[in-house]
Write a protein that binds this ligand. Structure first.
Ligand code: AHR
Length: 507
């Protein structure tokens, strides 16, 4: 059996676990808002139209911060359309997703929903079709206590107290030709700088995220970040990253190794930030907001779905990119989370995109049930269990050959150590589809620990690597106890099942 060894030392840590690493994303896209989190008339909807069955699953999954309202949608959005009496709100054409937007759900509804879900809000502004004026008006509307035009409008609209939104995105994917209001890096860098300045003049306690590259393959990747930060380094706090992966041409081995690309992408953005910091003699540290990431079969969208949507005319909340996730996808999501955690000293915010229905870990049917997709589980476990300090791991692993990345480690790991409880949690994937892995974890300076819980997400009995959770079989894939995991002579010994993402809790 292939073997791997991880060495952990309590003194080798890279920083605190940033709680905002476990974020998600709600866009006005497809059925994420409408019939996702909001469905007046649904048997489980509350008096505000919030689906309580979905809310319960969101609370269980445990996102800490939610980005809203887009995404591509935000680049054509007028935030004023979504406030005030619902009956008076305009119906608009959303060009990003070829959809009719009724504006029945807007900022006040999202603030109420976020409070019910117990999550922080990360608000994105439109820098596609709009600019400095609308951005600073929105900050005044949301955060100023009162006595001014926009803050008093908020009060008249029923919110006496400010929303106190701390985290703001300066637009979305403006490096992408598909984006409404696509810009060059220099155009965007200047706009981001001036918009950030004006927003902070309204409320200097806010934190701002500049738009980075839409993915690592963008022709402008690297130069985009460099130019944008050269303009706006002093005014912003984070630069964004986005990445989606899919299994292409049945090449599961490469797909399972995508965290290698995530690691390299993050390291490249860190290098660019720090080059601008050094050249500009800046003292403050800009960090990363990885505010869209997931598994998404975007080829299916580009090849067929977008054309179908366009051909079927303008409709309200059509089904859009409702990917159904399998065991393999969940293991890839687990390794993505591992990579984010390994970089938690610099990636301070991350948002799995999106929360419900639209490539969501939660699915819901109009008038019907809500359930957990396979990808729900690694997110839920890491959001709940990653506490304290992030450990720097030494990993020595058997290898797997891949077409895209050459030989890669069969195991992919991240771990945390909570000094207050003495608890160590190791998150470890076995990328091999057909082979178990014999894992040893050497513990240095940890005292005497035992395995108090060991669970794994793997191929269920009678299933295969493509098994999914469907409305009629919502629990086909979930976390199950890991049979053999124990401490022997001061080291953890465990057998990782083929194609698995495992959590080992030591205390
Ligand atoms: O999350 C789906 C879409 O992916 C977002 O709207 C956009 O920002 C990205 O391209």
């Amino acid at each position: 059996m292939p073997q791997s060894r991880i060495t952990i030392d309590r003194d080798f840590t890279i920083g605190d676990v940033p709680r905002r690493l476990f974020g998600s994303f709600v866009e006005h896209m497809g059925r994420c808002v409408y019939t996702g989190i909001f469905e007046p008339g649904h048997p489980r909807a509350d008096e505000r139209g919030f689906r309580t069955d979905v809310l319960e699953l969101v609370r269980e999954m445990g996102p800490t911060v939610i980005r809203y309202p887009g995404g591509n949608f935000v680049s054509g959005y007028q935030w004023e359309d979504g406030v005030g009496p619902v009956a008076e709100r305009p119906v608009r054409m959303d060009g990003a997703w070829h959809t009719i937007e009724t504006n029945a759900f807007g900022l006040h509804e999202f603030v109420d929903w976020a409070r019910a879900a117990d999550v922080e809000i990360m608000e994105a502004i439109n820098l596609g079709t709009r600019g400095v004026e609308e951005a600073r008006s929105l900050v005044e509307y949301a955060n100023h206590p009162g006595g001014t035009y926009w803050s008093d409008l908020r009060r008249r609209n029923g919110a006496e107290q400010p929303f106190d939104i701390k985290l703001w995105c300066l637009g979305n994917e403006l490096d992408g030709p598909w984006q409404i209001g696509h810009k060059t890096a220099a155009e965007y860098g200047r706009l981001a700088q001036e918009t950030a300045k004006a927003m902070k003049l309204v409320d200097d306690s806010i934190e701002l995220v500049a738009v980075g590259s839409s993915n690592r393959g963008m022709p402008t990747f690297g130069t985009w970040e460099h130019t944008v930060l050269t303009h706006a380094y002093d005014e912003v706090d984070y630069i964004s990253m986005h990445a989606y992966y899919r299994e292409a041409d049945g090449d599961a081995a490469s797909f399972l190794a995508e965290a290698v690309d995530v690691d390299a992408f993050i390291d490249g953005v860190i290098a660019t930030i720090d080059a601008v910091k050094a050249a500009g003699k800046h003292t403050k540290q800009v960090n990363i907001s990885f505010d869209e990431w997931n598994v998404w079969d975007f080829d299916r969208y580009n090849d067929a779905e977008a054309a179908e949507i366009a051909a079927s005319g303008w409709r309200e909340h059509p089904r859009l990119i409702e990917d159904t996730y399998n065991v393999t996808d969940a293991v890839v999501v687990g390794t993505f989370l591992n990579s984010l955690l390994r970089h938690g000293d610099r990636v301070r915010i991350a948002n799995q995109a999106q929360l419900v229905n639209v490539i969501g870990p939660i699915r819901s049917e109009p008038g019907g049930a809500a359930w957990r997709q396979t990808t729900f589980w690694p997110f839920e476990r890491m959001a709940r269990l990653a506490r304290g300090r992030i450990l720097q791991l030494a990993v020595s692993s058997s290898q797997i050959a891949t077409n895209r990345y050459g030989d890669v480690d069969s195991v992919d790991a991240a771990a945390t150590y909570d000094e207050s409880t003495g608890r160590v949690v190791v998150f470890v994937a076995n990328r091999a589809i057909d082979e178990s892995n014999d894992l040893t974890i050497e513990l240095h300076g940890m005292g005497s620990l035992r395995v108090v819980n060991a669970e794994t997400l793997t191929i269920p009995e009678g299933g295969d690597r493509l098994t999914t959770n469907l409305e009629g079989s919502p629990d086909a894939v979930h976390m199950v106890p890991l049979a053999a995991a124990e401490v022997v002579d001061g080291a953890v010994r465990a057998t990782l099942p083929p194609l698995s993402w495992t959590v080992l809790e030591l205390a």
